[in-house]
Design a protein. Structure first.
Length: 459
């Protein structure tokens, strides 16, 4: 790829000049250094994509420079060049992460081939680093939002268990409370963060396919097993496996999972050899596993094996003081995603959300904010933007009894909705369209009035 920066650390000017001319013709940007210290200063000022490093330098040797490059935390590819090749120095350089080791005089065509492969390695390393950084930012502890005592206890738990040697963690709580977010936070706060995080929902597949996904299968293990397949446990070696909705796992597979948790070994479906891996297992469920054990739907021994380190994520209704922070968190998120500039919500809208019970928990709250930000155009979200059903269930939109009109005496069967519309229309007429005055006549807030006007087509 043209335009990539190559740093040549070489004390012989003629060799530097020859390399610079050839690599410039290939479209590379070239930086030069005549000593090890000069090369390290150049790298400290600006990262290179690849370093061509002479082994014998006036102030040090190439292996020492390579060691210091790695101490700087650089993932730059390094190709060592030398006229004094020895097996010992070559082995030491490769151990320190040199991509390759070329003898002088360097054949330029061979060098270009090696450079192409080395630069591709650098690109892949940086892509992996960028992806990991994005994952840590998206799923780190900072994404567990809330100031309530309940959620602060969860944060404290995540920090402790992430740095511990705990091999199993059971995360429980109602659906939509963010059990998957807690699982990812544990992984990305641990020293396993650079290893895979593999997750599977136990309700998504039939038990036979779930077993194959977890443990893998040998070629010919069943009709469609045309080749060997590694399972999630094998692929996650060194990392974390997240088993969501483990309460729905079948009893046969529960027994195999118990064996794995106790012995850290398993067999692929159709295999006869035990495989050993090092993984942390995080399991989550919204079911009452103790009740499931009593009912015979969940193995008691597996329950106690999983429940070594338990954490409970409370329902949103149990920590309503977190709602303002969560609302603002989602507004910031969707502002970025939808390229909006919503500032926040009005006091009346926030009051409504604080009174609502949120049966769908954080997932429902997130969906509501996403919906109103997609459909709305105002800088502040108000009561009229919230779903009608939510507003009604929160107790908004119902006037105090003293402001309600008496039922009609004629027996015409006028609906309560029609009566309500008539009252709103009359209040607006009496106030000559002044919404604040009409709201005072009805004994409701201006936002509640606007909600009703929108509801009845009077806006």
């Amino acid at each position: 790829m043209s335009g990539e920066k190559i740093l040549i650390i070489e004390d012989e000017k003629l060799i530097r000049m020859t390399l610079r001319e050839r690599l410039t013709r290939e479209g590379y940007q070239i930086a030069e250094a005549g000593s090890g210290d000069e090369g390290l200063r150049s790298l400290d000022e600006e990262e290179a994509d690849l370093v061509l490093l002479d082994y014998k330098l006036p102030d040090t040797d190439g292996v020492e420079v390579l060691r210091r490059i790695r101490e700087m935390g650089r993932d730059t590819a390094v190709i060592l060049m030398t006229a004094f090749s020895t097996v010992t120095s070559a082995v030491e350089a490769i151990k320190l992460g040199a991509y390759d080791y070329l003898d002088k005089p360097v054949d330029h065509e061979a060098l270009l081939t090696v450079m192409g492969k080395a630069l591709e390695t650098t690109r892949l390393r940086r892509e992996v680093r960028r992806h990991r950084s994005q994952q840590e930012e998206a799923y780190g502890i900072g994404n567990i939002v809330g100031r309530s005592k309940e959620i602060q206890n969860v944060l404290s738990f995540v920090e402790k268990v992430a740095s511990s040697a705990a091999s199993t963690v059971l995360i429980t709580g109602p659906s939509g409370t963010g059990k998957d977010l807690v699982a990812k936070a544990i992984h990305y706060a641990s020293d396993r963060r650079d290893k895979p995080f593999m997750n599977i929902t136990c309700t998504a597949l039939p038990e036979t396919l779930l077993e194959s996904e977890l443990f893998g299968h040998e070629r010919g293990a069943f009709t469609d097993a045309r080749q060997l397949k590694k399972g999630l446990l094998e692929l996650a070696d060194g990392g974390t496996v997240f088993l969501d909705e483990i309460g729905d796992m079948g009893l046969v597979l529960q027994a195999k999972m118990l064996r794995f948790l106790e012995e850290k070994t398993f067999r692929r479906v159709g295999g006869g050899r035990d495989l050993r891996v090092d993984v942390r297992v995080l399991a989550a469920t919204n079911k009452d596993l103790e009740r499931a054990v009593r009912q015979g739907a969940f193995r008691e021994d597996l329950y106690y094996r999983l429940n070594v380190v338990p954490v409970y994520i409370p329902a949103l209704a149990e920590r309503i003081e977190d709602i303002p922070d969560l609302v603002q968190h989602f507004i910031v998120q969707f502002n970025r995603e939808f390229k909006r500039n919503v500032q926040g919500v009005t006091p009346e809208a926030m009051d409504c959300m604080l009174r609502y019970r949120w049966p769908g928990n954080i997932r429902e709250l997130k969906n509501v904010i996403e919906r109103v930000m997609i459909l709305g155009e105002k800088p502040w979200l108000d009561l009229t933007d919230l779903p009608e059903e939510l507003v009604q269930r929160a107790g908004f939109g119902e006037e105090p009894e003293e402001h309600r009109a008496p039922p009609p005496a004629s027996g015409t069967g006028t609906s309560l909705r029609d009566m309500e519309r008539t009252m709103v229309a009359e209040a607006l007429e009496r106030s000559e369209g002044n919404q604040s005055q009409a709201a005072r006549l009805l004994g409701i807030s201006r936002d509640a009035l606007r909600y009703k006007m929108k509801k009845f087509g009077l806006l």
